[in-house]
Ligand binder design. Structure first.
Ligand code: C5P
Length: 241
């Protein structure tokens, strides 16, 4: 894969015009964009289409590949229906919480499979990185976060999901448990030349790919830069070197 295609830019804004401008300028320099609950709740599918170019076509006449980060978590029937609705946006990646359980993940995988060869990748959210071991104990999960991530990754794989979201430090654990074909989508990425901000357990893009990451979710290192195109190109070059 062209290493630039591994970069998914997190457009963490509710400003449609700003998101659209970033998506347009970064088209061709990255693999796609990520829109999440904040944007989607404010602007819905129509807002997403505006940003991906689904209404107007991007600069190359093509839509910007989309990671629609809605992290569904509900009963199986509802999650399957939500995924069917989301697939109208033709995303590259959709996700569900793996802690929704086996029946939910199987229903999710079956719903996504209905789209045939055009189907999106279905990714499981394991343990939110905002949760530590003590937070898990509070909600009745006795395992360490790392053990729980591996447990849920294996469960997700068994249910037919294509991969998981994980932090940089869990890439190798998931790889060892689930093999190289099981995708890892990894936030918490900072080039050496970018500010760490509120991210603590970070890796550089190069380190994350060397550890086996398939997709890198990168937000502020690109979107917060004075020159987002130059920042994206620089990351792309670091990945190619
Ligand atoms: O700006 P930054 O590169 O930190 O953005 C990372 C993106 O990945 C944000 O959209 C953030 O919500 C998301 N994310 C994260 N950590 C997780 C899961 C998602 O930073 N564990």
């Amino acid at each position: 894969m062209d290493p630039r295609k591994r970069i998914l830019v997190a457009l963490d804004t509710t400003d449609v015009d700003h998101a659209k401008a970033l998506a347009l300028m970064l088209s061709g320099h990255v693999g796609g964009i990520k829109l999440g609950k904040e944007f989607f709740t404010a602007h819905g599918p129509q807002g997403v289409r505006e940003v991906t170019g689904g209404l107007t076509g991007g600069p190359t006449g093509e839509e910007q590949p989309l990671f629609l980060d809605l992290k569904f978590h509900d009963i199986p029937n509802t999650v399957a229906g939500a995924l069917r609705s989301a697939m109208a946006l033709k995303p590259l990646i959709l996700n569900v919480h793996a802690s929704g359980g086996v029946a939910m993940m199987k229903a999710a995988a079956a719903a996504v499979a209905e789209a045939g060869a055009e189907r999106p990748m279905l990714i499981g959210v394991t343990v939110l990185t905002s949760l530590g071991d003590e937070d898990l104990a509070d909600i009745g999960v006795p395992a360490s976060a790392a053990d729980q991530v591996v447990r849920l990754a294996k469960l997700a794989q068994g249910c037919g999901l294509d991969g998981v979201v994980c932090s940089p430090r869990e890439i190798e654990l998931v790889r060892d448990a689930c093999g190289a074909d099981f995708k890892t989508v990894v936030p918490g990425i900072r080039p050496e030349w970018a500010a760490a901000g509120d991210q603590k357990r970070i890796m550089t893009p190069r380190q994350a790919v060397d550890a086996g990451a398939d997709y890198l979710v990168i937000g502020r290192a690109i979107t917060g830069s004075d020159d987002p195109i130059a920042a994206a190109k620089r990351i792309g070059e670091e990945l190619q070197s």
